[in-house]
Ligand binder design. Structure first.
Ligand code: AOS
Ligand code: ZN
Ligand code: ZN
Length: 388
């Protein structure tokens, strides 16, 4: 049995990137509930993100969404974040909210619309140079609603061409990560529906193009950890968008709906070399907090990832290999389950205290008075919301 003490050092340096949009108001298509103290600017979102990092030590970067987080001076924003103890991370492009993209963006039949979408990505790359960001994350809403509406093959070819132009613009230290999603907002076909399509597109681009795996973007019953294994095996797992789902792309707190799935994913991450200082994998959250407070929602999320990472590291690999090789079906399964059922919360609390962090980050945040302070201070202006 592997002990917590033997894996504790591997928890150092774990970093989970927070999405700026998680701090804004969000909701369903029925209602967006406002929360007092919701940020009105990207600077206020960064301040909230810094709270998450302050009590957990797990979230040193914040991902931006362009144009939602657009500012005049990105170098100044970078300094502003640095002063708060966080850095700017992945730049997310957005070609899904302008009327011109009704029938597609990078896949559109009209070259002028495609060029507009490509130019937006060029702008994102310029921003990345100013922010010091490594990754350009592309999620496309492109797709169709009815059979026959579009020529799927032509769209795929135009996508390859558009991505090629964007890829050619990347700096030597920059990467492109292409996210897939099997449906929504398009309901008949989506142009990047699955990991295979994303892989085919990024493999054609080159080494600096990778796949982004959003855990909420699969059909029910999909073995996501298998996809994690395969992408790591192929050297193409660039990043995660972590969240959890009961039904579709629910964007709920990671590990809330199915902690065992998160554990299984982290087991494959560790097994495949995706965890640790030399890992090429960027771990991000992609979540919305509709009814719960947003900062504690993010705190809980990064703690859930840390907890399942610790349990995944506890898997006794040697014993597991031996049981697998011996054909010991239940023995092998038992070894995995032993790690999953190990309660690491007490050990993690002590581990945190040893690093000057609060043993209980949720309680520390609640006691800090920050929530009441922002509710009192952030009056006037327009609260930001998902999509604005
Ligand atoms: C959309 O479903 C994707 O998950 C995106 O990664 C992300 O949620 C979006 O870009 C945020 O706007
Ligand atoms: Zn996502
Ligand atoms: Zn999504």
């Amino acid at each position: 049995m592997t002990t917590f003490a033997s894996i504790a050092s591997q928890l150092e340096g774990q970093a989970i990137e927070l999405p700026s949009w998680a701090f804004g108001n969000s909701g369903t298509r029925f209602k967006v509930f406002a929360t007092p103290g919701t940020p009105r600017t990207i600077q206020e979102k960064l301040a909230d993100a810094a709270q998450v990092h302050g009590v957990t030590g797990l979230a040193p970067k914040v991902a931006l969404h362009i144009p939602w987080d657009k500012v005049e001076d990105y170098s100044a924003l970078r300094d502003f974040a640095g002063d708060l103890g966080v850095a700017l991370g992945t730049i997310n492009s957005n070609t899904f909210q302008d009327d011109v993209y009704k029938f597609g963006s990078l896949t559109h039949t009209d070259a002028a619309v495609r060029q507009r979408a490509i130019d937006h990505h060029f702008e994102c790359i310029d921003i990345m140079h100013a922010t010091g960001s490594q990754d350009l994350k592309i999620w496309l809403a492109d797709g169709t609603n009815y059979p026959g509406q579009g020529d799927m093959r032509g769209r795929q070819d135009r996508l390859a061409d558009s991505l090629g132009q964007i890829y050619a613009r990347l700096g030597s230290e920059q990467r492109l990560v292409l996210e897939y999603k099997f449906f929504e907002p398009a309901f008949y076909h989506t142009d990047v529906p699955d990991w295979g399509t994303s892989y085919a597109q990024v493999a054609a681009l080159g080494d600096k193009a990778m796949v982004c795996l959003d855990t909420g973007h699969h059909a029910p019953g999909t073995n996501i950890e298998f996809i994690v294994m395969q992408l790591l095996r192929l050297g193409k797992l660039g990043s995660f968008d972590f969240n959890s789902r009961f039904y579709a792309d629910d964007d709920l707190i990671v590990g809330a709906a199915d902690p065992f799935q998160l554990f299984r994913i982290m087991v494959e991450v560790v097994r495949g070399g995706g965890y640790g200082p030399n890992s090429p994998v960027a771990f991000m959250l992609d979540q919305c907090h509709n009814v719960e407070d947003k900062i504690p929602g993010q705190i809980r999320s990064v703690l859930n990832v840390q907890e399942m990472t610790a349990r995944a590291l506890l898997v006794d690999r040697e014993a597991l290999d031996a049981a697998q090789t011996a054909g010991d079906v239940l023995g092998a399964n038992g070894i995995l389950m032993d790690a999953f059922y190990t309660d690491v919360r007490g050990d993690l609390a002590a581990w945190r205290e040893g690093r000057g962090l609060p043993a209980d980050p949720m309680a520390a945040y609640a006691a800090s008075g920050y929530q009441a302070q922002i509710a009192a201070e952030r009056v006037g202006g327009t609260q930001s919301s998902w999509g604005a």
